[in-house]
Design a protein around this ligand. Structure first.
Ligand SMILES: NC(=O)c1ccc[n+]([C@@H]2O[C@H](COP(=O)([O-])OP(=O)(O)OC[C@H]3O[C@@H](n4cnc5c(N)ncnc54)[C@H](OP(=O)(O)O)[C@@H]3O)[C@@H](O)[C@H]2O)c1
Length: 414
């Protein structure tokens, strides 16, 4: 292919809340006009120029590309010769398809932050063959959903193979602690899924299927447990509550298992929840969180209350946590896994910024650069991949070295 642009990475949606943080991260990590060639893109030239000015003197030579998400010619020219397009233009179900199609057709690699499982499934169904033929590697879900879960399970399985010579047939991820807030774009994406599901029974069934983004011939039959209410977890000796991101993370982890030739086993089971404490207090917190989440989902599924939530309660598109809040944010996830013979492992994955934006932008940036730089096409061909199956240990190294994340086994296995 003619390398017209010659960019390693183009950030499409650079003026979004998360795109701005990503642009700043890439600037301070890779500079401009140095080893990594990259550009910012979006629909408004004025906003892109304003962003470049805000980024300061280091960014004066940062190239700008103008493209609307519905302008196919502009998207085609953005992809021309670009190695990886990173997209933060969401909700993806509303704006994302033309870019995915053009990347799949033109053999351009692609990463995004979608957590919209119904859209992901549609894109795989429509464009997987095209991407396989063109050689485009499409890697979705490269943010807090679902890199810590997907790479966390991958890490635990690597450790299990090294230690026991066999996989963990069951893994649980528990959010031990996290500090962060939501942005308008994330809330808009979440509300859009709930809105679509409230009027579409088939979609509700699809969302309930743990294997919904696995290839059609996956053959998995293991019943998966979903934490839908407060539950006591004997492995962690604590109460748990539902975790909102489990709906996408668990699907991505099962797809990783399917794409890796069932490296985690045919009967692999995986679930996620939030740890809320021990004793009566833990139990009360668990039920309180269950009620809050149920109320929010109910409110979001009914048009008048959804309007009230959008109008008065949740942040608007473009809004999100302050720099100070992002810097004070963090996450601490715990993993418990067991082999079929009862050997167990405990692990921990942490991040040093708020999960949704500070940490997510670093994960997405490193995933895009990893795809552009580290993963050759012989090793990973065209198709729809998960972070763990496309990027595996190379991403793990980048996350640990340059993204403030840690992956470790807890030797005190109590
Ligand atoms: N997986 C994760 O962990 C994670 C974390 C954070 C965010 N996200 C997802 O990332 C996405 C972005 O979130 P956000 O909070 O940054 O959203 P946001 O601030 O609302 O930004 C949305 C972006 O989409 C752009 N856009 C909208 N319509 C467009 C069009 N027709 N052509 C080109 N660009 C268009 C907007 O452009 P303008 O700037 O010109 O208005 C804006 O840059 C959301 O889908 C969110 O769910 C995921």
């Amino acid at each position: 292919m003619m390398n017209q642009n010659g960019y390693d990475v183009v950030v499409f949606g650079a003026t979004s809340f998360v795109g701005r943080i990503l642009a700043e991260y890439l600037l301070h990590t890779f500079g401009v006009g140095e080893d990594l060639t990259w550009a910012i893109a979006g629909r408004s030239e004025q906003k892109l120029e304003a962003l470049r000015s805000e980024l300061g003197s280091m960014a004066v030579d940062l190239p700008v590309i103008v493209a609307d998400a519905s302008d196919e010619a502009a998207l085609q020219s953005l992809c021309d010769g670009t190695r990886v397009v990173i997209s933060t233009v969401g909700p993806y179900a509303l704006y994302g398809e033309p870019l995915v199609r053009i990347c799949a057709e033109s053999g351009t690699d692609y990463c995004d932050l979608t957590g919209e499982v119904q859209w992901l499934r549609q894109m795989i169904q429509k464009y997987e063959d095209t991407a396989r033929n063109s050689g485009a590697r499409i890697v979705n879900c490269c943010g807090f959903d679902s890199i810590p879960s997907d790479m966390g399970v991958w890490f635990m399985q690597e450790q299990a193979q090294a230690r026991f010579g066999k996989p963990l047939t069951r893994v649980s991820m528990r959010v031990k602690a996290a500090k962060g807030e939501l942005s308008g774009g994330t809330v808009a994406s979440l509300l859009n899924v709930v809105k679509e599901a409230s009027s579409n029974p088939e979609l509700r069934r699809e969302l309930a299927n743990p294997y919904s983004v696995c290839p059609p011939n996956h053959g998995f039959t293991a019943r998966q447990h979903t934490v839908k209410k407060a539950e006591y977890d004997p492995d962690f000796q604590a109460w748990t509550a539902p975790f909102v991101m489990a709906a996408i993370n668990t699907r991505v982890v099962h797809r990783s298992n399917a794409l890796s030739g069932k490296a985690y086993g045919s009967d692999f089971r995986y679930d996620e929840a939030v740890l809320v404490g021990r004793g009566l207090k833990g139990r009360a917190t668990g039920w309180g969180m269950t009620g809050f989440m149920g109320g929010f989902m109910l409110g979001a599924s009914i048009a008048p209350t959804r309007w009230l939530l959008e109008r008065f309660v949740v942040p608007k598109p473009g809004q999100g946590p302050s720099r100070e809040a992002r810097e004070k944010g963090f996450f601490d996830l715990r993993f418990f896994g067991e082999t079929e013979d009862g050997e167990t492992l405990r692990g921990k994955v942490t991040g040093d910024r708020d999960p949704g934006y500070g940490a997510t932008s670093k994960m997405l940036g490193q995933a895009g650069v990893c795809l552009a730089r580290d993963v050759d096409r012989e090793q990973v061909g065209g198709g729809f991949w998960t972070p763990a199956t496309a990027l595996d240990g190379q991403l793990l190294e980048r996350l640990q070295n340059a993204s403030g994340m840690t992956f470790e086994l807890l030797e005190d296995q109590a």
